[in-house]
Design a protein around this ligand. Structure first.
Ligand SMILES: Cc1cc2nc3c(=O)[nH]c(=O)nc-3n(C[C@H](O)[C@H](O)[C@H](O)COP(=O)(O)OP(=O)(O)OC[C@H]3O[C@@H](n4cnc5c(N)ncnc54)[C@H](O)[C@@H]3O)c2cc1C
Length: 391
């Protein structure tokens, strides 16, 4: 067992760390204030090859896998969770194609993401179906003019990157609309430029501003058979693939917590009170110690989950370990950012410091891609089934 990063991954971490300090850190506050998409950061990531990290080399990517992307996201999230989300979006919609797509789909859709000539988004949630994905209302009916093709109707919501995306992964009921079986749901790749595809609105969000979330409306959208993802009714495989995303979301929490604790620690070291500094009080040192311990625990869970996912271990048997990384790291980010606000006192509550921004951003992480409660449900089921057992 070796807890050190490989030389390659160390180099990646160091170069992303520099890029995050030089380019992301100075922009974070402004992105939050204006809510404008940070095209400059997208280009900086593209030029540094970061958009290609998780794409296989044969499709123009860097082949750094989920661990490589996890490490890059951790560095970027120390300063901006919006920027971290931009990197995450190179994997969330491409993952299903890498796992269950055809050669045509891989060749058509992956290189553009690696090169930064296209962007993509992932549409599972609907106004009436968030955690309960089987409740989705979006329908796909066979296209009578196009054998093997489908016609999509419905609305997806809260979709990250919806406004910038050139293509989307969307899910629709191909079987009985009232069915709760995964086999009644199919994934499709839908292009923004197709007739009937529109983005009617974007949301006003509490945090992670700059990458919009919003609605994708699908009205009589004609999807050719080449754009059916995997098998018709093959949603189970896609859901399994989502397990591989857990460490990537976890990394957003991990980096945010590291950034927040480092910032607050520097502050208390320099804040005079009662003839010493705030950092001199043992009560404060213990808070820092507890948070640092939880960060390291989250890092171990996250890196292990990323290694498992890179080995293709994201099936049912590995769900507890994968879900733990997402659950623990994102809950820890909420705690750490709250602690940072508290350690700065009134200053931490004000816009002059990034702590209030981190605090708002962190709240997103325990909701997206399987809420904390959903992750706990998965972990609990895994233990009850003996998938995680200790003898
Ligand atoms: C900023 C942001 C970006 C997002 N980006 C995307 C995206 O790109 N693509 C996409 O498809 N979706 C996206 N989402 C949606 C996100 O995936 C959903 O919000 C999430 O799945 C939860 O669904 P919900 O909001 O409908 O909550 P609900 O499912 O209504 O849950 C409400 C509460 O009940 C709890 N709960 C639900 N079921 C159970 C249960 N069985 N046991 C115990 N507690 C339960 C939940 O944990 C939660 O606390 C985004 C959301 C946000 C906030």
């Amino acid at each position: 067992m070796d807890f050190e990063l490989s030389e390659e991954l160390t180099q990646l971490r160091d170069s992303v760390r520099r890029l995050a300090q030089d380019k992301v850190k100075p922009r974070a506050r402004e992105i939050d204030k204006t809510g404008e998409y940070p095209q400059d950061l997208f280009e900086a990531f593209r030029d540094a090859g970061l958009l290609a990290l998780c794409i296989p080399e044969e499709f123009g990517g860097a082949g750094a896998g989920i661990l490589g992307l996890t490490i890059a996201i951790e560095e970027v999230a120390k300063y901006s969770n919006t920027a971290a989300l931009m990197l995450l979006l190179t994997r969330l919609p491409t993952g299903p194609i890498m796992i269950s797509g055809t050669d045509y789909q891989k060749g058509r859709y992956l290189p553009g993401i690696a090169e930064g000539t296209e962007r993509c988004a992932f549409g599972l949630s609907e106004p009436g179906a968030g955690s309960d994905v089987a409740g989705m209302q979006t329908r796909a009916t066979p296209d009578p003019n196009n054998p093997g093709g489908w016609i999509l109707n419905g609305t997806k919501c809260w979709m990250s990157g919806v406004a910038q995306a050139d293509w989307y992964i969307v899910f629709a009921k191909t079987g009985d609309p009232s069915s709760r079986l995964h086999s009644s749901i199919t994934g499709f790749i839908v292009e923004r430029k197709w007739d009937g595809v529109s983005v009617p609105r974007t949301d006003k969000k509490m945090g992670v501003r700059g990458v919009d979330t919003g609605e994708l409306h699908l009205q009589d959208v004609v999807v050719p058979k080449e754009n059916v993802l995997g098998e018709v009714g093959g949603f189970r495989l896609v859901m399994e693939g989502l397990n591989a995303m857990r460490p990537i979301v976890a990394a957003r929490g991990l980096g945010l917590a590291e950034g927040a604790l480092m910032y607050a620690t520097e502050y208390v070291k320099n804040r005079p009170a009662f003839g010493r500094t705030i950092a001199d009080f043992q009560g404060i040192q213990w808070e820092i110690a507890k948070c640092a311990t939880e960060i390291e625990a989250a890092r171990l869970l996250t890196y292990r989950a990323a290694c498992l996912a890179d080995q293709g271990k994201f099936t049912k048997a590995y769900v507890p370990q994968l879900s733990m990384s997402k659950y623990y790291a994102t809950e820890m980010a909420v705690k750490a950012s709250g602690l940072a606000v508290q350690l700065l006192g009134a200053a931490g509550y004000m816009e002059e410091h990034p702590t209030e921004l981190w605090y708002r951003d962190a709240r997103q992480l325990t909701i997206v891609e399987g809420t904390s409660q959903v992750q706990l449900g998965l972990i609990g089921k895994g233990v009850l089934a003996g998938d995680l057992w200790w003898d």
